[in-house]
Design a protein around this ligand. Sequence first.
Ligand SMILES: Nc1ncnc2c1ncn2[C@@H]1O[C@H](COP(=O)(O)OP(=O)(O)OP(=O)(O)O)[C@@H](O)[C@H]1O
Length: 702
Amino acid sequence: MDDLIWPLSNLHVAASFLASDIRGTSACPEFASATKNANRSDVNLDDWFEQVANCSGVDIQSNTSNYPDVIKMLKCCGPCILMMPDNGFIVLLKTKRQNAVILNYKQQFSLLPLTKLKDILTKEHVLPLRQSLSEQLLPLGLPTKQHEKVLESLLIEKLSNTPVIQAWIFHPAAYDNIFAQFKQAKFLKGLMLSIGAALLFQIMLIISWYVIGLGVFETNDHDSVFSLWALLLFSAIPFYYLSLKIKNRLSLDFGAELRKQLLQGILKLKPNDVRRHSSGHFMGQVMDIDLLEAQSFGMSFIAITALTQVFLAGIILAVAGVSWSHSILLTTLLILIGMLSLKYYREIKRWLAFDLQLNCKLSEQLVGHRTRFIQEMPEQRHLVEDEDLSNYTKLCEQLDKWGAVLTTFAGRRVWLFLSLLLLMPELTSDNVDVASLSVCIGAILLAAISLEQFANSVKYLLEARCAWVNLRPMYEGAAETCANSTQSQASFTHADSKGAEYPTIQARELHFSFNKRKILDGCDFSINAKDKMLLEGNSGAGKSTLGNVIAGAYMPQQGELSLNGTSFKAVYNELWRKKIVMAPQFHDNYLFSQTLAFNLLMGRCWPPSEADLIDAQTVCNELGLGKLINKMPAGLHQMVGEGGWNLSHGEQSRVFIARALLQRADLIILDESFSSLDPKTFNIALPCVLKRSNALLIIAHP
Ligand SMILES: Nc1ncnc2c1ncn2[C@@H]1O[C@H](COP(=O)(O)OP(=O)(O)OP(=O)(O)O)[C@@H](O)[C@H]1O
């Protein structure tokens, strides 16, 4: 048993093992020598796992489970690191039926029953409770089996809301290696299983035709032939059911995985990249996920099974058919489908690109509706739209035309007509081999159905492929962030522990340009722990750019930036942003259509504790928002933003300030956050900001 437990000092070896299994990289930060022999409670494990995630490029998700769901969680959380009640960890790779596959301390695999693993992991919570409950049950004098059952039910009841185990689950980071994600989610295995079941179903159908043919042409024992035929058909049903069930399950999981990854990708896009595109561009791209989700998995299944059936029919025609001509015809049609598919693919690409453009324009017109309504000449409003719509109609017509050509040539009619034409000599001959003729007709029918299915599914797969090309940058956004993070080997917390020796921020020779236009040209400065600084400058001088560089939103092209002595390059990730919080300019900040509490505390923690809510209320009171919250029927839980309570410009600015202050960062950057406040409100808000910030950088106009 001791072999199974990893000590804290060697946790990085286990983490490296899991990370390299997923991503092929094994760079994981060790705990500092000072903490190596320390107790687990002395280190912040979540922070450490975040560093591991950044260094290795895998995603690590911290997860807990309540007592009733422990087995369920263990079954799906591998590969993960589980926290032991005492000072150790267990590395769970996966589960095999009712056993857990564990990586032991000697880096060998061991099997452990899941129930035993559950007992080990939960003993801290369960043992004392079990003891006292057992004593309470004793006077009832229940037989041992019933006693245990009642005890387990009571434990489930008592611990249903208590997290009893904690795991850090490793999985591939958003996109970059999306196939690794699919591999881990066992999609390919499931797809193969489902296709296998579908093929078995088809083979049983073909055998049943053979049996029927046998009954008709070669035997008089019709009863037994009919029974055999019925038996074959009946036995084929479970395969059909199994194939559909696996396919549908996987389709749902695949869609969920795609959406999850897309969301991760979007959240990791660099702000500057996002700015270069309009919101409509992203909206259009995100809408493509429907195409990808709906078409790709199910249609891959249909395309593969249909193509396999076509090959099956081709083999039957070649082996049992009357001539090779059918096989040649089938191959020719497949080549034709391939060529038409290419043409159709080009048409969809053009159509989707234009559709994306229209989406961009539409969303921009919605956002800028008020400006257009007031300022644009009414007679000009629809000129461009009309032209766009006529171009769109032309593209749609082209797309439909080539779609129709593809399905017509690949449709069953062309194949049936030509193949029956080829069969004419045999059909009219007196010397016909009836058995091979019937097999040939069966194969022609199978090919007809499969060809049509194949052509239809290829059409949808091509649409999914185009959608993927559009969505790819979103997935790659995350990948690039991972790549940047993997350069990082330094541990932020180590330097942080020596933080007092360093200025909060130190910048040396910072350079930043937009399209070769220099905005920051060799900036040198430092900001100390309690500094309160004002950054003034003319419009366009680069103040916000500097703020964004310090906050980690923009990457400087040259120079050195460090926080508490740790280089920016070493911790360019979420950890940096936890320590430096920026309230961007009003037009760049966003009030979500959520509760006021969410908008205030989203950067601190959500869902919030009672203490967080009290803190949020106090900061709001200090910023002069107390009266407003009192007026709101639901107080802090009032819905705000679009469709909710419309906050005024000045109120919204103070919510943004409160949001930054509530994150308790080392440095807070406020970019023109006071510009919309009247002098009285400014005089209320400023003391709160000065009191509640550590280091502070205020960007303002002179
Ligand atoms: N994505 C971009 N591409 C090219 N140039 C940009 C981009 N973003 C900003 N700029 C330019 O960089 C310069 C600095 O912009 P920045 O927003 O930092 O100025 P600022 O000093 O904060 O101005 P203001 O006080 O008006 O807000 C401006 O001239 C701006 O036009």
